[in-house]
Design a protein around this ligand. Structure first.
Ligand code: 3PG
Length: 306
């Protein structure tokens, strides 16, 4: 009998765990679960005997992969798979998948929420601004950005985008694609970042780009902290004292923000973008179904490693 581990340091909503288990049990698989675990040891022990694993931002490094002697597939219930060592997974013949788009609306709603929180001066009572009529720049145009676009347009915002890989998708809905990232940052009142922590995107939000932001604009990051060059962001916020940074993840230089930028930033204590029952259900169910399809039909759709 195949055994599937649900390993979520940050737990799924109970309704999602129930549905995931139902799908896997129906396929004749046994389900094991660890959540809110506090030591890597727990993960190493739990993963040692399973054929498949469903994870979130749980770190699947070489040690974990090498301990997982029976593992054939790991599905990241979500979009970003920067937490999985793809090279070691490939070497160990473990298929890695994600569930693209399944939690995108949840993250997009948080991006808009952070934007409103920023423009309303963190609900401090000080006069803020409105989003209607302002320009939103989407840095990247994947599933999350497309949902942000839908919501922002309904709020009366002008939306522009910079994308290297989804130009046709943006043009197809009449969205203006800027010629450069610099131009996007220069023209926007709000920039929302939607690129993965991979390849050329790592530290791509550097001073070269940031210096084009207008004073008074808001930078929203529901992607990953790794895409930001943090010292450059601090330098910019020192120079342009009206800029705000709203992020769904605490930067490494949080202490500098506390010291220097009171009232100009907000960081969620734990990555919260996909932390809704709906997103957990969508991504978790997709992950369970992908595992069943993989074992029963050899389906490798959404495989992200070689
Ligand atoms: C993702 O990459 O899907 C999101 O960042 C959500 O991550 P999480 O599952 O750790 O909340």
């Amino acid at each position: 009998m195949k055994k599937v581990l649900i390993a979520t340091e940050k737990p799924f909503a109970p309704v999602a765990v129930k549905k995931i288990s139902k799908i896997l049990n129906k396929a004749g698989y046994e389900v094991d679960q660890i959540e809110k675990y506090t030591s890597k040891q727990e993960l190493l022990k739990a993963i040692a005997t399973v054929d498949a694993a469903i994870i979130r931002s749980d770190k699947i490094d070489d040690e974990v992969l090498n301990a997982a002697k029976k593992l054939k597939i790991v599905v990241r219930a979500g979009a970003g798979y920067d937490n999985v060592d793809l090279k070691v997974a490939t070497a160990n013949k473990v298929v890695v998948m994600n569930t693209p788009g399944q939690n995108a609306n949840a993250v997009a709603e948080l991006a808009i929420g952070l934007t409103i929180f920023g423009i309303r001066e963190l609900f401090s009572g000080n006069p803020g601004g409105e989003l209607r009529g302002r320009t939103l720049g989407l840095h990247g145009f994947g599933f999350v950005a497309r949902n942000v676009f839908r919501i922002a347009r309904a709020m009366g915002m002008k939306v522009i985008v910079y994308t290297q890989y989804s130009k046709d998708a943006a043009a197809a809905i009449g969205l203006k694609v800027t010629n450069s990232l610099e131009q996007l940052y220069e023209k926007s009142d709000v920039v929302s970042i939607h690129v993965p922590a991979r390849g050329e995107h790592i530290k791509s939000v550097s001073y070269k780009v940031l210096k084009h932001l207008k004073d008074g604009s808001i930078l929203v990051n529901t992607a990953r902290k790794e895409v930001i060059n943090e010292p450059d962001l601090v330098k910019l916020m020192e120079k342009k004292t009206g800029i705000k940074y709203m992020s769904d993840v605490t930067p490494d230089c949080e202490n500098e923000f506390i010291k220097k930028f009171e009232g100009r930033y907000f960081f969620t204590p734990k990555k919260a973008g996909a932390q809704t029952a709906e997103a957990n259900l969508n991504a978790g169910v997709a992950a369970a179904e992908q595992i069943v399809d993989f074992f029963e039909r050899g389906d490798e759709t959404h495989k992200v490693n070689e």
